[in-house]
Design a protein around this ligand. Structure first.
Ligand code: DHB
Ligand code: FE
Length: 282
C-alpha cells in the first residue's frame, strides 16, 4: 500500500525562481533563505519518495477569474510550465502519475469532496519553485519524483475555510493510503506565509502570526481552524491566504508528526518565507 512519509512546506515566491536561475545562493540577501533547504534535501535523499503531491494555489496561469475551481487535482501524464511574465525561465515538463491521480479523485469524490479533475494543467511558480528548491536540477536529480498538482482557490472569494482545507487534507490522506501500490509519497504545502502584494497594505508581513501558525500546525492544527477567512486576511495579508495549502498538507499527514526542521526568514521579496519538514509517525 502507498505510504505517506511526511510533509514539506515552503513559500513559492517567483523571485526565488530567478535567484535559482542566477545561482544567487550565497549572496547575503539570499543565503539565510537557501540555508533552510539542505536538511530537507538530505531527508529526501535518504527516503526517496516516489511521488510528490504538490499542493499549491494557481495564480492565473491554469485557471482565471472566469473559471475558478475551489479544489482542482491534476490527472495528467505530465504538467507543462509556461511563461508567467515574472522573467523566470520556463522549465521542462514535470512527469505525473495519472493512475494515482484518478485513484485520489475517485476516493475524494466518494468522500464527498467535489473535485475538478484536470487532464491538462499548466503549472505556475506556486508548483515549480518548490520542486526546484527540494529537487535541484529537477529531471537531472537522481531521485526526482513523479508529481501530482493539487490547487485550491485563494484568488477569488469565496475561498475555502481553514477547516475545509484541513478536512480536505484528511480525505487526501485516506485516498493516498488506500492506493494498492507500494510507493512512498511526500506531501508539499506551498505558498505563504504572511504577505500582501497589493493595495494600501502592500508589503505587510506578520512575523508573530507566522510563528504561531508554524507552532500550531505541528501540535494542534485543529486550533487553527477557528481562524475565520476575514481574520486570516487581516492577520496574514491578502495573499497570506496561501496558508490554506499548509493546512491541506497537514491534514494528509499522521495525527502526530515529528518536526525535523524549521526555517523562517523575512523578507524574501514581499513575503515571510517559512520552510518546514514534518515526518509522519507510523
Ligand atoms: C510573491 C509571493 C507570492 O506568493 C507570489 O505568488 C508572488 C509574489 C512575492 O513576495 O513577491
Ligand atoms: Fe503566491
Amino acid at each position: 500500500m502507498a505510504k505517506i512519509i511526511g510533509g514539506l512546506t515552503t513559500s513559492h515566491i517567483p523571485a526565488v525562481g530567478n535567484a535559482i536561475a542566477n545561482k544567487l545562493f550565497d549572496e547575503p540577501y539570499w543565503k539565510p533563505f537557501f540555508d533552510g533547504y539542505p536538511p530537507l534535501r538530505d531527508w529526501l535523499d535518504i527516503h526517496k519518495p516516489d511521488v510528490a503531491i504538490n499542493i499549491y494555489n494557481d495564480h492565473g496561469l491554469g485557471f482565471f477569474l472566469n473559471q475558478m475551481p475551489t479544489f482542482a487535482i491534476g490527472a495528467a501524464h505530465e504538467y507543462i510550465n509556461e511563461d508567467e511574465g515574472w522573467g523566470i525561465p520556463v522549465l521542462p515538463p514535470f512527469p505525473g502519475d495519472a493512475p494515482l491521480s484518478w485513484h485520489i479523485i475517485e476516493s475524494m469524490v466518494e468522500d464527498e469532496f467535489d473535485i475538478t479533475s484536470c487532464q491538462e494543467l499548466p503549472v505556475d511558480h506556486g508548483f515549480t519553485v518548490p520542486m526546484q528548491l527540494f529537487w535541484p536540477g529537477l529531471g537531472d536529480h537522481p531521485n526526482f519524483p513523479r508529481a501530482i498538482p493539487i490547487s485550491a482557490n485563494t484568488v477569488q472569494h469565496p475561498i475555502p475555510t481553514l477547516k475545509r482545507a484541513l478536512d480536505f487534507g484528511k480525505a487526501l490522506g485516506r485516498a493516498i493510503r488506500s492506493y494498492p501500490e507500494d510507493i512512498k509519497v511526500v506531501v508539499l504545502g506551498t505558498g505563504g506565509m504572511s504577505h500582501q502584494l497589493d493595495g494600501e497594505r502592500a508589503g505587510f508581513i506578520n512575523k508573530e502570526f507566522d510563528q504561531m501558525c508554524m507552532e500550531k500546525i505541528v501540535t494542534d492544527p485543529e486550533s487553527l481552524t477557528k481562524i475565520s477567512r476575514r481574520e486570516l486576511v487581516e492577520k496574514a495579508g491578502a495573499q497570506g491566504t496561501e496558508f490554506l495549502m499548509w493546512m491541506m498538507m497537514r491534514g494528509a499527514l499522521s495525527e502526530k508528526v515529528k518536526p525535523l526542521h524549521t526555517n523562517y526568514h523575512i523578507p524574501i521579496s514581499n513575503t515571510g518565507a517559512g520552510t518546514m519538514l514534518l515526518e509522519c509517525i507510523d
